[in-house]
Design a protein around this ligand. Structure first.
Ligand SMILES: O=C(O)C1=C[C@@H](OP(=O)(O)O)[C@@H](O)[C@H](O)C1
Ligand SMILES: C=C(OP(=O)(O)O)C(=O)O
Length: 441
């Protein structure tokens, strides 16, 4: 966990004086937008992206691809369907420098793309990006024929000396610290001379829905992918070499970013509607329908979207969140306000996310009077009466939104650096007050 940033930028988290009753339009998925950008850049023809997420992580991805020669035109769709980006693939080239910020998707998905470029691509980013694991991607690319200069730590900063093509073929990796290692190799796999066969050899692999998202999106642009679920060996994914199609893709709302708003309905005993909630999706946020129902709410998925209603009661939960780790901060916030204890398991890899999320949640909830302890792979949360105070965010968007959820129920919570939500949801403070502006009197 990074040291406490300055306390100067404090945002008084609004306290809910009544049950919320709001419709919240949630912008596009970060994970879908950044996969779609990579796949469109690697395609053999132009493609469209409708309703892409415009946030720090996705703008970094777009800027990086442009640096390597890809055309990305931002505009409004021809039929007035909202923001649309046109992606014009081109020969990938270096020299170029990529700023990954603290975006896991950029730092993991782009080194394989850079290996296909003609020239050196230098990768750098926020201080935290130097600490986030990247070994799986670096070692695998070397084994597949790439030349990479790094400082020997298996992390950023580094330079990929693209040779215009990559052999590819079979490779073993330990992706227990991030599913993004697997996704990264699969996304560029169709463009490797021999495709790629990725075999995960480590302990539990987190965030499986995100790997399914990668596979689904690859298939949607014409790639042939064999997976454990399609009858292949456990922990092995195989991508056949081949050209990718340019597609017209509409990005789903980011269901993990819908989480704080659903949590608001749960915490205040109110109702929140999220339009365009997909009927079928690989996004891990879809699990919130089950998790938040178990914690006291109820939901109805209609053609319009998801209607989520709190009952006034908030229950603790015992859950393995290994598949849906990015939901942990928001679940922990609700759990701290529940009527019974919670155990959140299977998320030790969160120690290597934007910050050490297990340490950060423990410290910040306890400083508001809570009783949270870290376990080897998660958190025990025993609800206690909380009081106001400063909630530090450690440059982690999901810490900021988790603090805002607690602030609904606890007066005097101040969120340090709420602007860090710009990583995936730049409009969060306005969306939050908009939701509260429509509270029932
Ligand atoms: O592939 C993706 O889009 C993501 C995969 C997950 O990463 P980890 O497997 O590193 O947790 C998730 O936490 C992250 O927010 C997004
Ligand atoms: C872990 C996350 O992000 P990243 O894509 O940077 O890994 C997250 O958004 O919760």
């Amino acid at each position: 966990m990074a040291s406490n940033p300055s306390d100067t930028a404090l945002w008084p988290a609004p306290h809910a004086s009544a049950a919320v009753d709001a419709t919240v339009h949630v912008p596009g998925s970060k994970s879908v937008t950044n996969r779609a950008l990579v796949l469109a850049a690697l395609a053999s023809e132009p493609g469209w992206l409708r309703r892409p997420l415009r946030s720090r992580d996705t703008l970094l991805m777009a800027a990086a691809l442009r640096e390597m020669g890809v055309g990305i035109e931002e505009g409004v769709g021809p039929d007035g369907t909202g923001e649309t980006w046109r992606v014009l693939p081109a020969g990938l080239r270096g020299p170029a420098t990529v700023d990954v910020g603290n975006a896991g998707t950029v730092m993991r998905f782009l080194p394989p793309v850079a290996a296909l470029a003609d020239g050196p691509i230098h990768f750098d980013g926020d201080p935290r990006s130097y600490e986030r694991p990247l070994t799986g991607v670096i070692d695998a690319l070397r084994a597949l024929g790439a030349r990479i200069d790094d400082d020997g730590r298996g992390a950023l900063p580094l330079t990929v000396h693209g040779g215009g093509a990559l052999d590819g073929g079979p490779v073993e990796i330990d992706a227990s610290s991030s599913s993004q290692f697997v996704s990264a190799l699969l996304l560029s796999g169709p463009r490797f001379n021999q495709g790629v066969e990725v075999r995960h050899t480590g302990s539990a692999l987190p965030s499986m829905p995100h790997i399914r998202m990668t596979v689904d999106m690859l298939r949607a642009v014409g790639a042939q992918v064999d997976t454990p679920e399609s009858g292949g060996e456990p922990n092995v994914w195989r991508v056949t070499p081949g050209a990718l199609l340019g597609r017209d893709l509409t990005v789903e709302p980011d269901l993990s970013n819908a989480q704080p708003f659903l949590a608001a309905a749960l915490v205040t005993g109110g109702k929140v509607v999220i339009p365009d909630w997909p009927a079928r999706t690989t996004q891990p946020g879809d699990r919130l329908r089950k998790i938040f129902t178990e914690m006291g709410g109820s939901c109805e998925l209609t053609e319009y979207g998801l209607v989520f209603t709190g009952s006034g009661a908030i229950h603790g939960i015992d859950a393995d969140l290994g598949e849906v780790g990015e939901l942990t901060p928001g679940i922990a916030a609700v759990a701290a306000l529940a009527d019974s204890p919670s155990t959140l398991r299977g998320v030790s890899h969160l120690r290597l996310h934007e910050t050490d999320r297990l340490a950060a949640l423990t410290k910040e909830i306890n400083e508001l009077g809570g009783d949270v302890t870290e376990t080897a792979d998660g958190l025990h949360i025993r609800p206690r009466r909380l009081h106001g105070g400063i909630f530090h965010t450690y440059e982690d968007h999901r810490m900021a939104t988790a603090g805002a959820v607690i602030g609904l129920a606890v007066e005097g919570v101040q969120i340090e650096n709420v602007a860090t939500t710009a990583k995936t949801l730049p409009d969060f403070p306005d969306m939050w007050s908009g939701m509260l502006g429509s509270e029932k009197a």
